[in-house]
Design a protein around this ligand. Structure first.
Ligand code: ZN
Length: 209
């Protein structure tokens, strides 16, 4: 994947569906299981198969609207004929809002697209290893394996921080290592940090060539 990919085209080519977390029974159910993870519904994005669930602060968009985003104007014109102008107009408005929201969260959208590709390559193996394999390794090595590529991409292309940092307003912000540790219980912090440092050095030197 290249940074700045056409989100609508990827959505269409891969049959991706976007849905707001509070509007999907699956994510509502997971939130109950993960009651100890703060921000699951409000901050985190979750991809299952080809469905990307975005935080509940995102725009209100019905199931299936993603395809409208993908097809853009032509589909909206066809819908106007089918649904009549007022209804199609409302729907087009929501689609525009979703498209703008996705564009504004491009870094994380592309992170989630990595998981769509993982799912396409590995199918059920991806899902099972992601969810169930803290056992018997104590740490969830496979989750670390899947997440590190997606986070590395954000570090290299969107300047996401490896370590905790302080923003211009003096707020403490979590780096990737802290996010992985607190929310995904992946792998020992020092090992994760070492892996990202090494991987980013490698990326940089490869670019420098
Ligand atoms: Zn991820």
């Amino acid at each position: 994947m290249k940074p700045g990919i056409d989100i609508a085209k990827f959505t269409k080519d891969h049959g991706v569906r976007f849905i707001r977390k509070d509007k999907w029974w699956v994510t509502r159910w997971i939130a109950k299981l993960l009651f100890f993870v703060p921000g699951f519904m409000t901050d985190f994005w979750t991809t299952i198969g080809r469905t990307v669930a975005y935080p509940e602060s995102g725009p209100d968009c019905d199931d299936g609207d993603a395809l409208w985003v993908a097809a853009g104007g032509a589909n909206i014109a066809a819908a106007t004929l089918r649904l009549g102008a007022p209804k199609a107009g409302e729907r087009a408005q929501r689609i525009v809002e979703l498209a703008e929201y996705l564009e504004g969260h491009r870094s994380v959208v592309e992170h989630e697209f990595h998981h769509v590709i993982d799912f396409e390559r590995w199918g059920v193996l991806f899902a099972v290893s992601y969810l169930l394999l803290p056992v018997p390794f104590v740490f969830a090595w496979f989750r670390w394996r899947w997440e590190r590529e997606a986070f590395l991409y954000q570090i290299v292309h969107y300047g996401r921080h490896i370590d905790d940092w302080t923003d211009a307003d003096g707020n403490k912000r979590l780096g990737v290592v802290s996010v992985l540790w607190s929310s995904y219980l992946c792998w020992p912090r020092a090992w994760m940090r070492a892996w990202f440092r090494k991987a980013t050095d490698a990326e940089v030197s490869e670019w420098g060539r």
